[in-house]
Design a protein around this ligand. Structure first.
Ligand SMILES: *[C@@H]1O[C@H](CO)[C@@H](O)[C@H](O)[C@H]1NC(C)=O
Ligand SMILES: *[C@@H]1O[C@H](CO)[C@@H](O)[C@H](O)[C@H]1NC(C)=O
Length: 387
């Protein structure tokens, strides 16, 4: 069997004979909507390719958020956001990405149209996929899934498989550098505050990031969700969020709070008022980093905010937000990766859900259950805009 070199150097890393086939490919439709939706959709495409033992042809993401107007989706290559080679080396043996130039084009792609509608169950979807592992369909060099964005496909994989894919997603240097600029600005603000209050000079000042979802669209969405699911702890007002953050047990003050909010809220100055003593809230504009974000399309802005929230010492989000949930999933992985070396009151990498009441009137401590068998719990929100 010929093994095409999918791309240069890292094709030789690891045990290529044990991993995913590099002469069979899966092609998926353009990945759309919010950053979190796109990440989940990408992971789902990866896991489908893995099931079929095929290399996933590098998918196209969408730079803008216009999810209703197909012609305004602004396609952007995956490797403009995430490192291609790094992905393949971190996911080596598990998932493989390939370039279209690796195709021999000896046969035309086989088009796989995913079923839809009420009768198209998870089981039927799985049965359909299973047909593609067998001859004659397995013989096709390329299987091209046509139709729906992978975010809307049925899900067949446990949380830990998704988590593994997310671990292999590393943002390109440009995005990482912009994140570093934003985080330095936040820590600088913190250092100057702490200097004023107790005279000590501190360099790597900790900060709290709050993914504050209080914009109009979200409020309408979450109120409906509360009615439908008969759960009352989904929507949190600004006052409730501020109050819960103020009661995080063991948090040292003064402290800088970075507010990751939708652009529509940047004009709302009331966001920055009403915070308890010792809490210093900043959003992009007040922090003076709006220029950093402003030069990029939606997807990159969102990716920077995501990375800022990832690097925060303490993160507080809404457990019904996909964006918050993905951040907590990755922070949980980070903590697990470090092992539980710390004992007692260590707030480093702690995450909280402000919409759920926890201890001492504070927000509930939040860790992702990696053993969950489905990503459903964090992916049902579909067109959510992110922070
Ligand atoms: C994929 O196919 C290759 C080559 O046939 C094989 O060695 C490998 O075990 C397969 N991987 C899986 C996960 O089935
Ligand atoms: C096969 O087709 C793809 C996409 O049209 C193209 O990029 C690639 O160069 C072709 N490969 C060969 C070997 O001609």
């Amino acid at each position: 069997m010929p093994l095409y070199r999918v791309y240069g150097p890292s094709a030789s890393i690891g045990h290529s004979h044990l991993g995913v086939r590099r002469d069979k490919f899966l092609e998926v439709p353009q990945i759309v909507w919010g950053l979190n939706n796109q990440k989940i959709a990408f992971a789902r495409a990866c896991l489908t390719a893995r099931m079929l033992n095929r290399t996933l042809l590098m998918p196209t993401l969408s730079a803008s958020l216009f999810y209703k107007e197909i012609d305004r989706l602004d396609p952007i290559a995956f490797d403009k956001i995430f490192k291609f080679d790094t992905f393949n080396s971190l996911c080596n043996g598990f998932i493989q990405l390939g370039h279209f130039s690796a195709l021999s084009n000896l046969t035309a792609p086989f088009e796989l149209r995913k079923g839809s509608g009420r009768k198209w169950s998870v089981e039927r979807d799985l049965e359909q996929l299973e047909q593609f592992i067998k001859d004659p369909l397995d013989k096709f060099e390329v299987i091209r899934v046509v139709g729906k964005n992978p975010f809307l496909w049925h899900d067949h994989w446990p949380v830990k498989d998704y988590a593994k894919v997310f671990e292999c997603l590393v943002v390109v240097d440009e995005i990482a550098d912009e994140t570093t600029k934003v985080v330095s600005k936040i820590r600088e603000r913190g250092s100057s505050l702490i200097l004023k209050s107790d005279g000590a000079i501190q360099t790597n000042t900790p900060f709290v990031a709050v993914h504050m979802r209080i914009e109009k669209d979200w409020m309408i969405h979450c109120k409906k969700l509360e009615q439908r699911s008969k759960i009352t702890q989904i929507c949190s007002s600004k006052v409730e969020i501020i109050n819960r953050v103020a009661h995080i047990n063991g948090l040292r003050k003064p402290v800088v709070v970075y507010l990751a909010v939708a652009d529509s809220l940047l004009e709302d100055s009331s966001l920055l008022s009403g915070w308890n003593e010792g809490f210093y809230p900043f959003e992009k504009k007040k922090l003076g980093v709006w220029e950093i974000y402003n030069k990029y399309p939606y997807l990159i802005q969102s990716a920077i905010d995501y990375e800022v929230c990832m690097r925060a010492d303490v993160f507080v989000g809404n457990s019904f937000s996909t964006f918050s949930s993905l951040i907590v999933l990755q922070r949980t992985q980070k903590i697990m990766g470090m092992g539980s070396t710390s004992s007692g009151m260590n707030l480093k990498w702690a995450s909280y859900a402000y919409n759920i009441l926890g201890e001492y009137e504070g927000p509930r401590r939040w860790i992702t259950n990696m053993l969950d068998l489905s990503l459903n719990a964090i992916s049902y929100g579909s067109n959510n805009i992110s922070c």
